[in-house]
Write a protein that binds this ligand. Sequence first.
Ligand code: ATP
Ligand code: MG
Length: 298
Amino acid sequence: MDQNRLRIAIQKSGRLSTECQKLLKGCGVKLNLREQRLIAHAENMPIDLLLVRDDDIPGLVMDGVVDLGVVGENVLEETLMERQAQGQSADYSVLKRLDFGGCRLSLAVAQEFDYQGPESLEGKRIATSYPWLLKRYMDRQGVTFKSVMLNGSVEVAPRAGVADAICDLVSTGATLEANGLVETDVIFRSKAVLIQSASTLPTAKQQVIDRLLPRIQGLQQARESKYIMLHAPKDRLEAVINLLPGAERPTIMQLAGESNQVAIHMVSGEDMFWETMEGLKALGASSILVLPIEKMME
Ligand code: ATP
Ligand code: MG
């Protein structure tokens, strides 16, 4: 592998892979992703991608095998605790919390379980893929339990008689419900993060990171922002602007051939709700457009 190319580990296939690829593409990184390949080379920037299982990503970063990685905080924190317990190196830094991969790690029990709080799990068996995160939570609650390590199908463990409760990732709760389980305690909230290895990088690599970060920031900010355009009667201008979400410096332009009408353009960091649009309309505004923004740089 070329030592001057920035190495980034992302999940090969799973819940984070599409978003990771979208993120890199949005940053202008041209990828040639052929299936079944461990490594993909960017065509237009000195970047190599390592496509791996998400569980391997924190270790690859902490061991300095790759420079950057994108992984869920759940996997990151679990790996961190495990490595610290085993005396392995566990240094890294978080470059950016990303706006995808949101989920929570929760305790859940069967619907018929008489749950009165974590103490109801005293001495019980809990199936999980996150024994360290679970233990930290239960230690804080002062509850002892038996951990049943499962790397998949955790949600069927109670019905299969393998465990009394589970500790698993939840996003909508549909999987829990489908398995007759009820969520009882949220023990960890997670999003995907971009992390960097602790080793000092050669200038060339650092320069690539310095270019990527503002781009990621620009993409996230754009996703949260809207471009708003509308026409408004001049004499209601103040009332109209007061209704606009986060209007700091709107552009106001005279409409050709309409002495009492102006066009207002602005970038808003908030979404515009139908109710606001109806309010604007009631003030005499018209041609109200809310547009998505693809990229932005301040
Ligand atoms: P791999 O084969 O790479 O090990 P995996 O099966 O362990 O994949 P995925 O199910 O693809 O992992 O989830 C990857 C990450 O996506 C999780 O660790 C978590 O951070 C995040 N995630 C977001 N929502 C959910 C969810 N509802 N269930 C599970 N993970 C979720
Ligand atoms: Mg995994």
